[in-house]
Design a protein around this ligand. Sequence first.
Ligand SMILES: [Zn+2]
Ligand SMILES: [Zn+2]
Length: 235
Amino acid sequence: MSTEDLTLSRLVVGALETNCWILRETGSNHALVIDPGDEPDRVLDAVGDLTVVAVAVTHAHFDHVLGLAEVAGRLGAPIIGHPAEEAVWRNELTDLRTRGYFDAGTATETLLAEGRPPRPDPALPLWQGHFDQHVSDGDTIALGELRVRVLHAPGHTPGGICLAVRGQLFTGDTLFPGGPGLTGWPLSDFDTIMISVRRLLGEFPADTVVHPGHGSDTTVGRESPHVEEWQSRGW
Ligand SMILES: [Zn+2]
Ligand SMILES: [Zn+2]
């Protein structure tokens, strides 16, 4: 997909069909990989001979980081994220240790019934849980001339980030078509995610394209009329 002067490649990876993005300025060799959640070989194939400046993680739920160590390691690229996500990953690993699979929220029962419990591929290295570079609200990630802005968007997880660049907003599991991300995990909070969602919908123009962590794109203008419905339904 090409949106004006950006080139965005989307790969859908892993058991929860996570959107992994490769973002660059059209014509530039400098790329950012967002959320290599699984299937690192496919991600690396899609990267090809681009120079990956960094691998950014919107948040540290397993479905966004299982390919991280392999992708960043093979590319020699720094892993970027908000420091509060390191605790989220520790929590994910505790789940894996204690029950033998990750907590995939409302998808867990389905995955177990289908005989494919959410577990890491034993052939892949697991992320060690430390970011090479911490980011916080208002930071920018430089890709050649291009600047990608970081927004801290807590609620789904405490250190969730969204990434904004030229009319495109990568929202991780904070904002989807039809509402905020789920908040059923121990480190999640519904009131907090609604503050984050209101901020995103208030701060960006209606034609801003929203790229969520799973599923299809939407726009700020399509979602913003519904924010009070989401607040009162409570999820
Ligand atoms: Zn998540
Ligand atoms: Zn997710």
